[in-house]
Design a protein around this ligand. Structure first.
Ligand SMILES: Cc1ncc(COP(=O)(O)O)c(C=O)c1O
Length: 388
């Protein structure tokens, strides 16, 4: 049987798609590996809260008071007051009536999409949605229909031909995880209303960074929309782990009764609820954190672009440098590592074939000086690699 696995791995290697995990001694903006300092552009800890002392203390205190695990699924054993408080605070942050916490963002998307999408329903999904939305859509009993990335005319042309006997559901990331661009949220909301479709928006990369109270791109002043379900995660800007759906009280109850990744999985560990609550409180009392990050990211993106690198227009703290070829992308990433920059290569199947890239995420852990020096080094390395 080993021969099967070896053959699979050899095929991936030959395609330039073989991946592996590696060990780092710690997380944070700068990491020292074997005496070498690496600037970390591969973390989604956008607000630098994973190592924040207040968040760590909240986690330690929660463990001391409530123990390590939730001990069973919440429908089996109930939940702690802590879970309830976290859900109330998340709902406030997202501007919704209620919220329901899951084990992770991935589990949230599996649970929400499979609960909502029933036989006879149709799910209209952006082609570049996150893998967890894709898998949730595939696992649901609804008929999946993909529309071209952010193409509202295409979405509408598909909705016009709808054969749904039941519900229509439109689902999209707000900030796309590998491109950093933002979905046309106003267009999605308008089309959803006109075609009587439910709207699900995944704000995993926008929570804490954009919108009122850090509630995501759907809460940006003057451009607010109200999707039926907003997905978020505690695992990126909030610096911990866990996921949630923010929605009406009735959808929350529906999910408690129908979302299998909620029903059949152990509740969120108390420590994650404790650290998440503290992170929310920090964001609430420092409302400029997101703006500071975006301003930093815009300046950094402009430096990269000015140096001739192929980066898209500024939209968020996620900045891809498009390379194209798989092996060249990996080589570029390795050369960057040698220069002291941790910037990962992203290849198919994570992104479409021919669009391999390195993905940089800017975090508050990176100073302006570090970003300026890094931009210079990235440009020099790109020249050496033949990318510029
Ligand atoms: C858009 C999007 N949704 C959901 C998730 C999953 O969140 P989590 O890491 O909490 O499972 C991710 C994380 O990679 C993501 O990028």
């Amino acid at each position: 049987m080993d021969a099967f696995f070896e053959k699979e791995l050899a095929t991936l290697k030959q395609r330039g798609q073989l991946r592996d995990v590696y060990t780092l001694p710690q997380t944070g903006g700068e990491i020292t590996v074997d005496g070498k300092t690496l600037v970390n552009f591969s973390s989604n800890d956008y607000l630098d809260l994973a190592n924040d002392n207040r968040v760590k203390q909240a986690a330690i205190q929660t463990i001391n008071e409530q123990g390590c695990g939730a001990t069973a699924a919440r429908l089996m054993t109930g939940h702690l007051r802590l879970h309830e408080q976290l859900e109330t605070e998340l709902a406030h942050m997202m501007g919704t009536e209620a919220a329901l916490v899951f084990g992770s963002g991935f589990l949230t998307n599996l649970g929400v999409m499979t609960a909502l999408g029933r036989a006879g329903d149709e799910i209209y999904a952006d082609m570049l949605n996150h893998a967890s939305l894709i898998d949730g859509t595939r696992l649901s009993k609804a008929h999946p229909i993909l529309y071209r990335h952010k193409d509202m005319a295409h979405l509408e042309s598909l909705l016009v031909k709808s054969k749904a006997k039941g519900k229509r559901i439109i689902v999209s990331d707000s900030v796309f995880s590998m491109d950093g661009d933002i979905a046309p949220l106003a267009g999605l909301a308008e089309i959803a209303e006109r075609y009587n479709a439910l709207l699900v928006i995944d704000e995993a990369h926008a929570v804490g960074v954009m919108g009122q109270d850090g509630g995501g791109a759907c809460r940006i002043k003057g451009q607010e929309i109200k999707p039926d379900v907003v997905i978020g995660t505690l695992s990126k800007s909030l610096g911990g782990y866990g996921g949630y759906a923010a929605c009406s009280a009735s959808i929350r109850k529906f999910l408690i009764n129908n979302a299998r990744s909620f029903i059949y999985s152990t509740g969120l560990p108390p420590v994650c609820a404790g650290s998440g609550r503290e992170a929310i409180s920090i964001i609430k009392s420092n409302p400029d954190m997101g703006k500071t990050l975006l301003d930093k990211s815009r300046r950094f993106r402009d430096l990269l672009s000015g140096a001739g690198l192929n980066v898209p227009e500024f939209e968020s703290q996620i900045i891809p440098i498009l390379v194209g070829d798989n092996e060249l992308t990996v080589r570029f990433s390795q050369m960057l590592w040698n220069q002291g920059l941790l910037i990962k290569a992203i290849r198919p199947p994570t992104v479409p074939s021919g669009t391999s890239r390195v993905r940089l995420s800017v975090t508050l852990a990176l100073s302006d000086e570090t970003l300026r020096n890094s931009a210079d080094m990235i440009a020099q390395t790109a020249k050496k690699a033949g990318i510029i």
